[in-house]
Unconditional design. Structure first.
Length: 612
């Protein structure tokens, strides 16, 4: 009797235990089933009825919609200007209808327009985000638990960010793609302690930051396929700044116009700067104080006002091309076996880049930078890497354009008895073949085969005169190895009747046509001085009002070239400006040369066209 009762008790306990265990299993399994995310809507035309799950009931405020969201929800925002600042502490996806037309406008509001306090992920796409103002706060600020191993990146894509101090400030992981940042002090600042995950910035544009384009702190980073530009005469320090960083890769970027285009202070592991174009730096294209850890390969470094590279001795600098830098190296291997030194890279349109002009840094056919990168790095088509921003595995496969050479410049002549010896500057294109020399008895002549008097591979040519002439007119063209012929040089007139002593140098004053023309916003103006003189080169609008003074100084005889930048017309710049901005249209540039005794010896004027 007792035995049967004990058996029933044991069976009851076991059944209850099994039921409890089954309930726990069902409960735990239910936790593994993801609750479907709710899609919510924001629009200026909805009736703003919670839970905002249709366009008809859409919230009239983004923050209203955020406030009722659960983790995993998605919010779609219709076009419109939303005058508010956002506070986000949920894992949500926020998607605008259009980067151009969906605007989060924080002008004059909170110091931070979008504040994200989260431990996992947040996605922002297709918005314009306006900060409080240029000198204060952040357009987007992300704060997270930096030591959390569960952190996922803040993902931002297809956004325009402007009018703030910091464009994006992230204390955590960041994945930024197709982002445009402008009118800011700092573009992107990232600081991340956990070194097993990588922050990525790619396919983005940062324009005219006053301090840093990208500021990298602790963490791992890939900075790829971006354009960082300074094209205004403002006080800008650094394109990409690296300090206390574990490791980084900077590749396939264009960085132009900063005091230091890339500045590396401290980095703990080997890092690479690969396949970039670093141009028009005020001090150094690449400055590296981290001994032997940040290395430069496959890049084109050009037009640096002071230094191509300022690096410590152990830095590896190889398979790069250096061109038109005031000085190529400070420390580092001065002539690495595979560096190309003082060689024209032959870019398609080699002008100072801006957001509005037609610069093109693809390589021309027969560029010396083709297939001259590190042989261990391959282009997407499997060939050896090109140098520059379009080379390497993340570069482009494209057809190299076979362009004609540039016209020869600085044509002069020495007249001796019975001959005229012409001289000109050597063309820098690697595929230059020879020069054609044309002569006529009339000015402003058109070159053709009847005017061709000779060809030479040299930069001088002796024209033996078999009869007496009063005046002769000469032009030179450059021909490449494929037979492409340049436009002719300036025309040089030799007045033989005015020469009484031999030899006599004929090296006249000349104002060249600007190139490119039309232009936007930069163009180059060349001129030639026969003798030392005081030179003024000025730009006027079509009404004759002074726009800028480009040159105002004493200069020796020779050939000169100055850049006119329509976006840099401000007091205190190298161009003494009368106004701060100019519109599209026809402009005039005029040269005046005052010789000895304060006597005017040359003046000329030409037209140029600005197209915005």
């Amino acid at each position: 009797m007792k035995t049967g009762r004990r058996l029933r008790v044991r069976l009851g306990v076991r059944v209850r235990f099994l039921l409890i265990l089954l309930q726990l299993l069902i409960f735990n399994f239910s936790l593994l089933i993801e609750t479907p995310a709710t899609i919510r809507y924001v629009s200026k035309t909805g009736n703003s009825t919670p839970p905002y799950t249709s366009w008809a009931t859409a919230a009239d405020s983004i923050q209203k919609c955020i406030n009722i969201c659960e983790d995993g929800d998605a919010i779609y925002v219709a076009n419109g200007v939303y005058r508010e600042y956002l506070r986000i502490n949920r894992i949500i996806t926020l998607i605008g209808s259009s980067m151009d037309s969906t605007v989060i406008d924080g002008t004059g509001l909170s110091d931070t327009t979008v504040f994200i306090d989260q431990q996992t992920s947040f996605v922002l796409s297709n918005f314009t985000v306006l900060g409080k103002g240029l000198n204060i706060g952040d357009a987007i600020f992300l704060y997270s638990n930096l030591s959390s191993p569960y952190n996922q990146p803040f993902e931002i894509s297809n956004c325009l960010i402007k009018n703030t101090y910091n464009g994006i400030w992230v204390g955590g992981l960041l994945h930024a793609k197709n982002v445009i940042i402008m009118n800011i002090k700092k573009g992107i600042s990232i600081n991340w302690i956990n070194n097993d995950k990588i922050s990525i910035v790619e396919n983005s544009i940062i324009h005219n930051p006053s301090f840093y384009g990208i500021d990298l702190g602790k963490g791992l980073y890939i900075i790829r396929n971006n354009i960082l530009l300074k094209d205004e005469e403002v006080d800008i320090f650094i394109g990409i700044k690296v300090a206390l960083t574990q490791s980084f890769i900077i590749q396939n970027n264009l960085i132009s116009g900063f005091n230091d285009n890339i500045y590396v202070d401290i980095v703990y592991d080997t890092s690479y700067i690969i396949n970039n174009v670093l141009t028009h730096s005020g001090y150094s294209a690449f400055t590296n104080y981290s001994t032997g850890r940040a290395n430069l390969y496959n890049s084109i470094i050009k037009n640096s006002s002071y230094l191509g590279t300022f690096t410590l001795p152990a830095t590896k600098v190889d398979y790069n091309l250096f061109y038109q830098n005031n000085r190529n190296f400070y420390y580092a291997p001065q002539d690495g076996d595979s560096n190309l030194i003082n060689i024209d890279p032959m870019l398609v349109n080699d002008i100072k880049p801006s957001l509005t002009n037609n610069w093109d840094y693809h390589l021309q056919a027969y560029s010396p930078a083709i297939n001259k990168g590190d042989p261990s790095i391959l282009d997407p088509n499997g060939s050896r890497s090109d140098m520059g921003m379009y080379g390497g595995p993340f570069g482009e496969v494209y057809t190299y354009q076979d362009l004609a050479p540039r016209p020869p410049r600085n044509l002069s002549a020495i007249v001796d008895s019975g001959r005229v010896r012409l001289r000109w500057n050597k063309n820098t294109e690697a595929d230059t073949s020879h020069y054609n020399i044309y002569r006529s008895l009339t000015s402003n002549f058109v070159i053709d085969s009847t005017k061709l008097i000779g060809s030479t591979t040299d930069t001088s040519f002796a024209d033996i005169i078999g009869q007496e002439y009063e005046r002769l007119y000469y032009k030179i063209t450059c021909v490449d190895k494929q037979g492409n012929q340049s436009q002719p040089s300036e025309e040089l007139m030799v007045n033989l009747t005015s020469i009484n002593e031999y030899p006599t140098l004929v090296n006249d004053y000349y104002l060249y046509q600007n190139y490119p023309n039309p232009f936007n916003p930069t163009t180059k103006i060349g001129y030639k001085l026969k003798e030392r003189g005081y030179v003024k080169l000025m730009v006027y609008d079509i009404k004759g009002e002074l726009v800028a003074v480009l040159v105002n100084q004493e200069q020796e005889a020779g050939y000169y070239e100055v850049e006119f930048d329509a976006n840099s017309l401000r007091v205190g710049s190298k161009q003494l400006a009368v106004g701060n901005s100019i519109a599209s249209g026809i402009y005039l540039y005029r040269i005046e040369v005052i010789g000895e005794g304060n006597i005017p010896v040359y003046t000329d004027m030409r037209k140029m066209v600005l197209v915005k």
